[in-house]
Design a binder for this molecule. Structure first.
Ligand SMILES: Cc1ncc(COP(=O)(O)O)c(C=O)c1O
Length: 352
């Protein structure tokens, strides 16, 4: 049975040219970029060229970028490194932030939720785009506060602006790049201290650089203009799919339908259904989608990002997330819509 993948926000396949670049780098540039011999220096040169190219694309200075393995790691390095200076002062945070961001903030003495909670904040954290709902967030401005932006989900889907923040993180595996490559950007002057010491990355992230992953990331970033256009082209398809599904029941809704959101993401509230059961039925039918719920210690918890928007626990449990890859065709969405109708019948519910 052909499989159709609608979980781009979880991860996306690496571009073919990324795989080629990585395979070549793994075969030819395997030396340690910290070594001072010729082999090491060849790897160093390639890593620095990748950094220069990525920095140019983001409009920052190469020396301001730190290569990491994941955005989760980058957020931990960033927040744990800011904690000695800022952790005793209030932080204002979007309640829908990814756990990769909320977890290191547990070190903070006072965490208040946005959009209120800005008074006296010395740190402000706002994700550029929410992974579950696709909702875009504007960076609140508090004079003197360190402003942190999580661009893991936005990168490659919508333009990313770094002029309104002081630090940002990016992930490679959601924009056509490889797993194992991510970026931390910090504006000079942040009160940040290293937490993972070592000589690499100007003492900001110890550990031998992963040359193939870094080169793969830079290769994917070179294709961002096409990817942004391909993602923008998904919005009308996504909207037509949503209109079809909403037509089936007055109980159905799209989270954030009329708000600025990622062009590829549809967070469907299928009131009266269990999102997990729908997801499993679709999986059996050949369609990969996700739910907002996450499994913790054997029990599934409804999405905190959906609950934070004021939905009930039952509503949050009814959500499925459909996130499209660039290049998704209208026929793929037609097939998904047809399959989405079927699980209702298979559970003994009347057809819409
Ligand atoms: C908004 C957001 N931040 C951070 C992360 C973590 O990224 P990574 O998988 O690179 O650790 C994700 C991944 O889903 C995400 O969606």
């Amino acid at each position: 049975m052909p499989r159709r993948y609608f979980d781009a926000n979880a991860t996306a396949p690496p571009l073919p040219s990324v795989l080629e670049v990585m395979a070549r780098a793994a075969a030819e540039l395997w030396a340690n970029p910290t070594s001072t011999h010729r082999e090491g220096q060849a790897a160093r040169h390639a890593v620095e060229e990748a950094r220069r190219s990525l920095a140019e694309g983001l409009g920052v200075k190469p020396g301001e970028l730190v290569f990491c393995a994941t955005a989760t790691e980058a957020l931990h390095l960033l927040l744990r490194g800011l904690a000695p200076a800022l952790g005793g002062l209030p932080a204002a945070v979007n309640p829908g932030e990814h756990s990769a961001c909320l977890n290191p903030l547990k070190d903070w003495l006072v965490v208040r939720w946005l959009p209120g909670g800005l008074k006296g904040a010395a740190t402000v954290v706002q994700m550029a785009a929410n992974n579950e709902t696709g909702l875009l967030g504007a960076m609140p401005q508090v004079p003197g506060a360190a402003r942190i932006k999580d661009c893991a989900q936005a990168w490659g889907k919508v333009p990313v602006d770094l002029s309104d923040c002081d630090a940002a993180v990016f992930s490679g595996h959601k924009m056509g790049g490889p797993r194992g490559a991510a970026l931390l950007w910090m504006r000079p002057g942040l009160p940040w201290t290293p937490v993972m010491e070592g000589p690499q990355e100007r003492r900001r992230r110890g550990g031998t650089e992963d040359t193939p992953a870094i080169l793969g990331l830079a290769e994917a970033a070179r294709h961002l203009p096409e990817r942004l256009a391909a993602n923008a082209a998904l919005a009308p398809l996504r909207d037509a799919f949503e209109a079809e599904v909403l037509g089936w029941s007055a109980d159905y809704a799209v989270i954030g339908q009329d708000q600025p959101r990622l062009p590829n993401t549809s967070s469907l509230l299928l009131r009266g259904h269990d999102g997990e059961a729908v997801q499993m039925a679709l999986d059996l039918d050949g369609f990969a989608v996700s739910t907002g719920s996450a499994c913790h210690s054997g029990a599934t918890k409804p999405s905190h990002a959906v609950l934070a928007l004021g939905y009930t626990e039952a509503e949050a449990r009814s959500v499925i997330r459909v996130s499209l890859l660039p290049g998704t065709a209208p026929a793929d969405l037609d097939a998904l819509a047809a399959a989405l109708k079927r699980p209702r019948a298979s559970r003994g519910e009347p057809p819409p």
